[in-house]
Ligand binder design. Structure first.
Ligand SMILES: Nc1nc2c(ncn2[C@@H]2O[C@H](COP(=O)(O)OP(=O)(O)OP(=O)(O)O)[C@@H](O)[C@H]2O)c(=O)[nH]1
Ligand SMILES: [Mg+2]
Length: 655
């Protein structure tokens, strides 16, 4: 089915024509019939000669009821423009045409009514001339008389052709049913009616009623007074809703699908071309569908782009057409506008408004997902869908979509930032991703992690570090690197250590101290003297240059493997005193070292406080390969174990 709205000056015969075409009474109110004047929207339908069903939304022509007219014309795809042969072009002919043009309706038909009273020629020429330059373009014209019936068959044929040429809307399109009538039926509850332009309504479905977003389940559906299980646009529908109390629903609300519309009070629009002398009023009435609200206008830069702040939130898509009207102005002012952004960014910086205006003026009409992404940098796929922009775009992280150029430049900036952070503070564990997120202005930490992939940034232990660390201390102009290469100074994985010269020298001194007595860890005084505080120790341990047993006990990196070898020679299990003696150290070191080995799963502490190695002395860890963390391998690569050796390379059986 299709839905066509009437349009035209008061008393030009719109309702009489609808009545003649459908046999139904479009003037629903007794007052309308008594006064012979349409006040509110009327609804009637019929079958055309080709069998197509068409519904009419009959609008009032009186200037006082223009808002009602706009509510009827808002969601329809086509209009039946009415001009009386004996009346000719009149003020509301012009105003209705301006509204049709502003809303952007592209399909229509001219009916020159009351042609039994005057020659329809002049009125036809006048009207076609005006209509031609609007969104309707060239339309067919038919002279008719609702009284004599002359021209009605021709009009029906013309309507058939018009309907056949209308685009078929997508049945899967997001549903937005603007409510043009709401009432309650005893026993059934709330019923709302409207013109469904696209998408499908099905009984049982839950929708949201804007602006409250109150959930409303479809209890029953009717189209043209007949119950249906589902209705696809374009259609006139009456929807019986569950969950909406009597008196709650009203014209201007909309039934929408969850997640497919953006409910917004702030939008950026492109105003359609207008008289260059016209100054924009600071406030206008905005109409879309059956809704109307007040809008504050803020021009952005040039004359065509404006930011609108609405009194009431509306469910909108990018690309929607809205109508702006200034009911107060002496000269009737109607402007059309295309919605460019439904979640526009704040214009905080100086010059931001002009810059935004310039950017948006260059956008195509309607804008694409790529345009919106360029402006916002990042958008969740769901947010883009709620703007009415189907993506097909691949998220960069989680459900985040990114503008490709912005993404590429952020990658570079992240790498630079992390490298600079490491240079500034080589002892730091790395850059916290939250700091990187804030510095880059990213909306989500997941984006930082995704950015780090593919650039020279590692994400380790929850921190960002350069993938390749700078040389120890960094290059020093005009001289050798102080501290020089550090003994044993290769971190696992072959990373070059990244320590400032002072720390590197201190580490070197500690390792020299430990050379003769590997388990006599330097005491607090010695560490202080060398300037090794807990941060420096942590950095050296991260670089694999020291083994940090506790905050204050540091040993050479291979101390663990060495301890395992020594403890393996003891009778199992052994006491703390036996271990201390064998390791040649004091209780200050022995106890934390044994606890460290317990935690590492190398030793097992028994209930009597003695310990044993978890792996037998001849185990693979102790003898057959390197102990974890030790850079030295005891097994020669490539050498084959003898069978006796292989036997000894089995874990001890648990007793
Ligand atoms: N002679 C003659 N009278 C007509 C014809 N069409 C409408 N009329 C009369 O013109 C008057 C206005 O007709 P309506 O159909 O109410 O006009 P309208 O455009 O719906 O008016 P509003 O809804 O108030 O804007 C009525 O008295 C009709 O009987 C026609 O073709 N011939
Ligand atoms: Mg009427």
């Amino acid at each position: 089915m299709q839905v066509i709205a009437t349009a035209g000056h008061v008393d030009h015969g719109k309702s009489a024509l609808v009545r003649a075409l459908t046999g139904m009474e479009p003037d629903r109110w007794a007052e309308e019939r008594r006064r012979g004047l349409t006040i509110d929207l009327g609804f009637a339908w019929t079958k055309l000669p080709g069998g197509e069903r068409v519904a009419f939304v009959d609008v009032p022509g009186h200037e006082r009821f223009v808002p009602n007219m706009l509510a009827g014309v808002g969601p329809v795809p086509a209009v039946l423009f009415v001009v009386a042969a004996d009346g000719g072009w009149m003020p509301q002919s012009a105003e209705h045409l301006a509204a049709i043009d502003a809303v952007g309706i592209r399909h229509g038909l001219l009916a020159v009514t009351r042609s039994d009273l005057a020659d329809p020629g002049p009125a036809t020429r006048q009207a076609l001339d005006r209509i031609w330059s609007t969104s309707l373009g060239a339309v067919p014209a038919v002279a008719v008389s609702a009284v004599t019936g002359a021209g009605l068959p021709e009009l029906r044929d013309a309507l058939s052709r018009l309907v056949a040429a209308l685009p078929v809307p997508d049945p899967a399109a997001p549903v937005r049913l603007w409510v043009d009538r709401a009432f309650s039926i005893r026993g059934s509850g709330t019923v709302v009616t409207g013109t469904l332009p696209a998408g499908t309504l099905t009984t049982g479905r839950e929708l949201l009623l804007t602006p409250s977003l109150r959930p409303a389940r479809i209890r029953g559906l009717e189209s043209m007074n007949e119950p249906v299980a589902s209705a696809g646009g374009v259609a006139r529908v009456a929807v019986n809703l569950r969950g909406v109390p009597a008196g709650f629903a009203a014209r201007g609300m909309a039934l929408v699908e969850a997640g497919r519309w953006t409910l917004t009070r702030l939008l950026d629009v492109r105003l359609s071309p207008r008289d260059p002398d016209m100054t924009l009023p600071p406030e206008m009435t905005l109409h879309i569908g059956s809704a109307r609200t007040q809008a504050r206008l803020r021009p952005l830069g040039g004359s065509s782009i404006a930011r609108l702040t609405l009194r009431d939130p509306l469910p909108l898509h990018v690309g929607d057409r809205v109508l702006l009207r200034d009911p107060g102005s002496a000269a009737m002012t109607i402007l059309g506008a295309t919605v460019l952004d439904v979640v526009p960014p704040a214009l905080a910086r100086r010059g931001a408004a002009t810059a935004a205006g310039r950017e948006l003026a260059a956008w195509p009409d309607p804008p694409s997902a790529a345009d919106l992404l360029r402006r916002h940098g990042f958008l969740r796929a769901g947010a883009l869908a709620a703007m009415g922009l189907a993506g097909g775009l691949k998220p960069v992280a989680a459900d985040w979509l990114a503008d490709p150029d912005r993404w590429a430049s952020l990658r570079g900036r992240l790498a630079e930032m992390v490298a600079a952070h490491a240079r500034r503070d080589p002892l730091a564990i790395g850059m916290p991703p939250e700091a990187a997120r804030a510095a880059l202005g990213l909306p989500d930490r997941a984006l930082v992690e995704a950015l780090a992939r593919g650039v020279q940034v590692r994400f380790e232990d929850g921190y960002l570090r350069p993938a390749r660390s700078p040389e120890v201390g960094g290059p020093v102009p005009g001289g050798p690197v102080p501290g020089g290469p550090v003994p044993g100074g290769r971190a696992p994985g072959g990373r070059a250590p990244s320590l400032p010269p002072r720390t590197a020298a201190a580490v070197k001194a500690v390792l020299a101290d430990l050379q003769g007595a590997p388990f006599l860890a330097p005491d607090a005084g010695r560490l202080r003297e060398l300037g090794l505080d807990s941060r420096a120790i942590a950095a050296a341990a991260r670089a694999g240059l020291l083994l940090r047993v506790t905050e204050q006990i540091v040993l050479a990196p291979d101390a663990r493997a060495q301890a395992v070898r020594i403890l393996a020679r003891l009778p199992q299990p052994f006491t703390t005193a036996e271990a201390r003696q064998a390791l040649g150290t004091t209780r200050r070191v022995a106890i934390p070292l044994l606890e460290y080995l317990d935690r590492a799963g190398v030793t097992q502490r028994l209930p009597d406080d003695r310990r044993r190695l978890r792996l037998a002395p001849w185990s693979s860890r102790a003898r057959c390969g390197s102990a974890r963390g030790s850079p030295r391998r005891t097994g020669r690569p490539g050498s084959r174990h003898s069978s006796a050796r292989r036997d000894r390379c089995r874990p001890a059986r648990r007793s």
